[in-house]
Design a protein around this ligand. Structure first.
Ligand code: HEC
Length: 436
């Protein structure tokens, strides 16, 4: 008995020695990486905005599982390690510029190695007393599930039943803003999508796009077609944040406009798998008049032809700004064959700057790259948008398309698009002279 006690005292003394700094390498190796102390803060900062329990997700589009607690994260440990090592999670597809987008995601090397060490050492829980507080979920019952709080105006699409045998369905719905919905012209500062409908363990709404047609514009089913910025409110897939404009910027919403819902449903077909969907968009009005009116346009082309089996097919388009212009966001939009997107500015003095480089385009994540600070581009700046397409058998096998067809512009997922959307506000002469 005494011998044992003495032995453990001896061991403790050696350990204390090591921790004292004499054996720093050993001390480091011995430091246990635990969920509560090291991993939970990383998951909370970078993962749980999407990986939430059903029903709470931003936009109500759901990641497959919640990662809010140890019990929830533990069974996914191997998979988490794989995804963060491959830099597939958190999802982010641009490599430049860095540090300028509000929604930029990514883990530092230190954070990745903490997660890998944790998983390799058996994903231990550690001491719950040091756990970070549970993140506050801003989308709650009181706000109707909206993370920005209760909207001033909610527009719902007509309820739609996604059939049992449906698997991959796209639907477009138009809702006119009649007087009872919107009695006067307004300016909005933010909007948020609620895709609606969650069924456990199923993809339901794959993605959702929204747009506005001004009164008098003709609704066209060729949504993103030649009528230009029809989808100007953007798209969400997998946990996108709401769109908020900076102070002083607002977007007009005229009474009598039509709101467009472009829904893409994706599920397993089978008896009993059908469900109702009723997506909605919440709008938040400006409180004070704004100086800059935000609009959306696409720099793109409809006249392209991607040959069968062609790899690295480039399609480009360009536009020169007629006024000094603040750019607020970029949203490259293409379909299954697109592999990369790039926006480059050429200033009037010939200098070039990469505005956005997406080396790994993935159409299932319709990311809008939102600038923290609106970027002022002087009149005469040319913006070039380039996208790369891969119509090879290899990619066709992965993305489920037929590589033996020539591909042109079209609205179906199997067709292609090449649209470099841009949210922007032109600087009107008056505003320039008012600037201090
Ligand atoms: C923008 C939302 C979003 C963020 C942020 C995010 N995820 Fe995901 N995650 C998803 C979606 C959606 C899927 C399912 C689609 C897919 O796998 O591409 C997914 C899939 C996964 C999977 C694979 C699940 C499976 O079925 O095999 C793992 C593991 C994962 N995420 C871990 C993480 C971790 C860890 C983080 C943070 C470091 C994170 N995710 C951040 C949305 C997100």
């Amino acid at each position: 008995m005494t011998a044992l006690v003495r032995l453990s005292v001896f061991v403790a003394a050696v350990a204390a020695f090591a921790w004292g700094g004499l054996l720093p390498a050993a001390a480091e190796a011995a430091e246990r990486v635990t969920y509560y102390e090291h991993v939970a803060p990383i998951l909370q900062e970078h993962c749980v905005s999407c990986h939430q329990p059903a029903g709470q997700n931003i936009g109500s589009l759901v990641a497959p599982m919640s990662l809010q607690t140890y019990e929830e994260a533990r069974p996914w440990a191997r998979s988490i390690a794989r995804k963060v090592k491959a830099k597939e999670m958190p999802p982010w597809f641009a490599d430049a510029p860095k540090g300028v987008f509000t929604n930029e995601r990514g883990l530092s090397n230190k954070e990745i190695s903490a997660i890998l060490t944790w998983v390799d050492s058996g994903a231990p829980a550690g001491d719950k007393a040091v756990a970070p507080p549970r993140p506050v979920v801003s989308a709650n019952a009181e706000s109707g599930g909206y993370s920005l709080g209760k909207p001033d105006l909610i527009v719902k699409m007509p309820r739609y039943f996604v059939n049992d045998d449906a698997q991959d369905v796209q639907g477009t719905f138009h809702v006119k803003l009649t007087d009872d919905l919107l009695p006067r012209d307004v300016t909005v500062r933010a909007w948020e999508f609620r895709a609606g409908t969650y069924l456990a363990r199923q993809d339901t709404v794959h993605h959702m796009c929204g747009g506005v047609l001004d009164p008098g514009d003709v609704p066209s089913d060729e949504l993103e077609g030649k009528g230009a910025g029809n989808l100007a409110l953007g798209c969400i897939a997998g946990g996108a944040e709401p769109q908020q404009l900076p102070d002083g910027f607002g977007r007009d919403l005229k009474k009598g406009s039509t709101i467009i819902f472009n829904m893409h449903y994706y599920k397993q077909a089978g008896a009993g798998t059908g469900y109702w969907n009723e997506a909605e968009i919440g709008f938040y009005l400006v409180k004070e008049p704004v100086r800059y009116k935000v609009r959306t346009k696409a720099i793109g082309t409809f006249g392209f032809d991607i040959p069968p089996q062609k790899i690295n097919h480039r399609v480009g388009a360009a536009e020169t700004l007629e006024k000094d212009t603040y750019v607020l966001a970029y949203w490259p939009h293409a379909h299954l064959r697109a592999t990369a997107a790039r926006y480059v500015a050429t200033y009037p003095d010939g200098r070039k700057e990469v505005l956005l480089n997406v080396p790994r385009y993935d159409q299932s994540w319709q990311v809008t790259y939102k600038l923290r600070e609106p970027k002022l581009l002087p009149k005469g700046t040319r913006i070039d948008v380039d996208m790369m397409f891969d119509n090879s058998a290899d990619r066709g096998a992965k993305r489920q398309f037929n590589p033996n067809l020539p591909i042109q512009f079209g609205a179906r997922t199997q067709d292609e698009m090449m649209l470099g959307f841009l949210s922007y506000a032109e600087v009107e002469q008056k505003a320039t002279t008012q600037q201090q």
